[in-house]
Design a protein around this ligand. Structure first.
Ligand SMILES: Cc1cc2nc3c(=O)[nH]c(=O)nc-3n(C[C@H](O)[C@H](O)[C@H](O)COP(=O)(O)O)c2cc1C
Length: 275
């Protein structure tokens, strides 16, 4: 049941909801308010474009009251701010030894789930280590196992580079897996949804950009992903990631103990304009 409700007193019958509905399931007879017929309900993407586009906040769907949405007029970041955010983002590998304010953590997770997903499936799961001490315990468990692999059978082909990291760990406890961050996040999704990997990567990218605006540093964590997916798959269970989930990617994060004064400079993008 979609619970598609139209406030007849405020609906201007402009038809914007009809035109913008990606599933084309909203109809409007002349002079009548928009409706979704019962037989069309199953085709709804649940994207809420109807609720979002209505200029008079007259549409409610799935139990959502348009009054609880954020207004979009005149309050988006401008392009200069966005450019700086994109160009100024750095992989942070130095962190303060402290947990994030739980409110900031919640804000990050609450917003990241607004990232788009293929066919609006919204099945991305965010597995989070929200406490520095917990991550240290997990890191030590991982390192103990990596040291054993390094000393006994060795790392599999293509992952021999782990040996030098392990040696470094044995020498001075350099945390190459989490880069000393207090927190860690893994995004995963059921394999059978239309675009599991894409959904996860977009969610984590969204998380990263938002994190910057809250003073939170991040580093994409390919090494941790290798550990969880290839070297020590038991950590998928240890972290509570559902077995049937595909692991999208991982990221370490926390309050940076480093400040970057300027953007880097990249060569121009490889662009091909089609004739
Ligand atoms: C998919 C991906 C995986 C990465 N994995 C790691 C990693 O395991 N450890 C690490 O320190 N940095 C990792 N990075 C960070 C990159 O090395 C970094 O983004 C790159 O050197 C550019 O630096 P910048 O992000 O500061 O611009 C990863 C980045 C990406 C996009």
């Amino acid at each position: 049941m979609l619970n598609f409700l139209v406030n007849q007193a405020t609906c201007t019958k402009c038809g914007d909801c009809v035109t913008d509905c990606p599933a084309r399931i909203i109809t409007m007879r002349k002079g009548a308010p928009p409706v979704i017929s019962l037989e069309n309900e199953t085709n709804c993407y649940k994207c809420q474009h109807c609720l979002s586009i209505c200029p008079t906040a007259s549409i409610s769907i799935l139990g959502y009251d348009p009054k609880n949405s954020l207004p979009l007029t005149g309050n988006l970041p401008d392009s200069t701010q966005m450019e700086l955010l994109i160009k100024g983002r750095r992989a942070v590998r130095q962190y303060k030894p402290e947990n994030l304010d739980p409110k900031v953590m919640k804000q990050l997770l609450d917003v990241a789930c607004y990232a788009p997903t293929g066919r609006n499936s919204r099945q991305v799961r965010f597995t989070v280590v929200n406490d520095r001490e917990k991550l240290i315990v997990i890191r030590d468990e991982i390192m103990k196992k990596l040291v054993r692999i390094s000393n006994e059978e060795g790392f599999p082909a293509g992952m021999e580079f782990f040996s030098s990291f392990v040696r470094q760990w044995e020498t001075d406890k350099t945390d190459f897996i989490f880069r000393g961050a207090p927190h860690f996040i893994v995004v995963s999704a059921p394999q059978e949804i239309p675009t599991p990997v894409e959904d996860c990567l977009i969610a984590l990218t969204t998380f990263e950009f938002h994190a910057q605006t809250l003073g939170v540093g991040t580093v994409w964590d390919g090494l941790a992903k290798y550990v969880i997916t290839d070297l020590l798959p038991e950590f998928k269970i240890r972290l509570g990631i559902p077995e049937e989930h595909l692991i999208g990617y991982a990221m370490a994060f926390g309050i940076p103990a480093v400040h970057y004064s300027r953007t880097t400079q990249h060569e121009p993008a490889g662009v091909h304009i089609v004739e």
